[in-house]
Design a protein around this ligand. Sequence first.
Ligand code: ATP
Length: 349
Amino acid sequence: AAVQKPTAEVPAIRLRRLTKSFGETNAVDGVDLDIRQGEFFSMLGPSGSGKTTVLRLIAGFELPTSGTIELEGQDVSGKAPFERDVNTVFQDYALFPHMSLVDNVAYGLRVRGMGRTERRERAAEALGRVQLGKFVSRRPSQLSGGQRQRVALARALVVEPKVLLLDEPLGALDLKLRQQMQIELKELQRSLGITFIFVTHDQEEALTMSDRIGVFNNGKIAQIGTAHEIYQRPAGPFVANFVGTSNLFDPVVAGRLYGRQEQFVVRPERLSLSWDRSAAMHDGVASLPGKVTSIVYVGHATQVNVALEDGPAVVVLVGTELPEGEQLLGRDVTVSWAHRDAVWLPGEA
Ligand code: ATP
């Protein structure tokens, strides 16, 4: 098991007022962020929100317009990539096609001047760590996508960087392999204790793998927190909508029910559905009438979309069997939730 480090240590990465402009575009807009040593940190956000640019700034492929980057307490803002103790795994892996796996992985050690025998030993060991010990003399073209991904990982890890940057490294893999690699990657990170900074636009991926997540929107961080915090306590409507299916209610609807000014969210699994309009009213529960607009079977459950008469369209996750042999589309239903399951979003709507 990884040794628990004291929390008062210097962060692996510290960003202060980090800004990068391309002409008129503020790709990164005043980002403050501390990433802890040994942490698996994900940057999550929609396309164009600035995640990759932050990663490239940390790697040194871009220089900031303003602001600073510290790596374990050292200001590296103006330094060249090779002067920073970080390494990057790219989505396309960028392997050398004409080289064997062991030479691919040993390349970074060769550049650093390590002798042939030692670097090949280290490379073989790194390949063993990602379960490719048997394939050291193969070429990248003789591997599957997932295996290539592991070579890229071994190559980045062999130089023992303090921080590993991963830019959508699983993006090219099919779903099954992707899920398998998510688990492997997380286990590898935990056993090595290296800080991972992982860019993804896939919320499920971020929620499964990360110690903490930074949610990006328009070059800014909208929220930093654990998966649980971000899902259960979204900082505002953007995060609530981007992470998970939200069911965002206006206080106007809720005004009658709660008498508050903010918007609130009820997650689909917290809504319940009665297949008629006769839901009993009781304490601590809100109920609204609506009509079923569509039904989507999602394997472990069924997603029922309901247009509420006096509220928004909502998604209800129904875990139980649906009524059989009946017309469900267009049906008059009642949607209910316990008041305690309403997640209030900070700020007035
Ligand atoms: P994606 O998930 O699509 O990779 P992202 O969140 O990583 O998106 P960035 O690639 O960081 O977003 O881009 C942020 C913004 O900066 C976008 O509007 C993009 O068009 C712009 N941008 C990025 N690189 C450059 C560049 N070299 N020149 C001009 N504009 C750029």
